[in-house]
Design a binder for this molecule. Sequence first.
Ligand code: FDA
Length: 392
Amino acid sequence: MPDMRIKTLILGAGAAGMMCAAHAGGDCLVVDHAKSPGEKIRISGGGRCNFTNMYAAPENYLSGNPHFCKSALARYTQWDFIALVDRHGIAWHEKTLGQLFCDGSAKQIVSMLVTELHAAGADLWLQTSVGAVRHGGDGFTVQLEREGKPVTVTAQNLVLATGGKSIPKMGATGLAYDIAQQFGLPVTETRPGLVPFTFGADRFKPLAGVALPARLSNDRASFDEALLFTHRGLSGPAVLQLSSYWQDGAEICVHLLPEVDLFTALRDQRQQSGRKDLTTELARHLPARLVDDLAADGSLKGRLADQSDAALQALCDRLHNWRLKPTGTEGYRTAEVTLGGIDTDALSSRTMAAKARPGLYVIGEAADVTGWLGGYNFQWAWASGVAAGTAI
Ligand code: FDA
């Protein structure tokens, strides 16, 4: 005999799960194995949560079906979420590129969601582990363990909101994928996204900490943002963005100083201060440690006056088309998101319900929808959570 019968059981009290509960009405229970809800929200955006992006649009998402996210994003927009944040009196600001952050703390967003879900009549159980899941005439029967005690819950609707595999140390698991597969939903290949690149043999160790604006590109995408050298390789927003479009073994192209007409600048300086060393002049445009690294092979010798137009052009081409082959990425240990996931072909884009299994819903990062860096992933969590919540 089941211990409890409810209308809706949501697995995962993260961004999507709590938002869904706030819209699903009463008779809804959200469970999570963590001690606190919304842990990724709490640590996001350096503790200030980049909660949405003013320019969020379907083009900012990767998915096996790029059209899938359109309906949910159009029906719950960034402006809807901003209105919610405003209703809760949470002060916010735009940092850059439409990225909105709390003025105070990301904890305000977590509190807001907990308040909203309780106001909607939902319950929240933390430190609750999820065991076997079955489906029968009554709906979904899930074995839970709360504070060491087994509880059997039978629910008409089961919402998978346990996110992706990124940062297992924070409690990320592949539970949503396992349950989806158990009920016949296909799961596309998953891999870490928004993740730093690694390079072998301490390639960039001497440059660790150097940051500068750059354009990172490959044959699929191009991003103009900051580039950061680390002890292990390359990071910074431009790198994280490109990592979502990168495949093992592929090259990337680094275009240093994309905003500067370097050739004209060097040629003008050659005319005005020809006695200056080439490396001294370059260090006016690039961090000195990077110039030292580029000069280590002996290619940047002599004064400006010694450089022909062709030599200056070749130097600019080198800086604008620096080809690098990462050995890999830092993996799920530091990745902000998981690419791939539960195949959107098996889901309704309007309600997030599994087409072949009435009552089963998939929201947030567990689905094969991944946003760019900059508040896009939370916007997907809010929008898909609302889509399922209002349909339930
Ligand atoms: P989320 O991961 O939020 O929630 C899943 C919940 O399920 C968790 O509470 C987890 O404990 C629980 N769970 C997992 N397995 C379980 C199991 N087996 N049993 C019970 N419970 C289980 N995005 C953005 O838009 N702006 C930003 O600023 C950032 N910053 C950021 C920083 C860092 C360090 C990371 C790792 C990620 C980001 N992101 C981000 C991405 C964003 O955090 C992510 O896309 C959303 O949190 C996804 O929301 P979900 O609700 O789908 O999963």
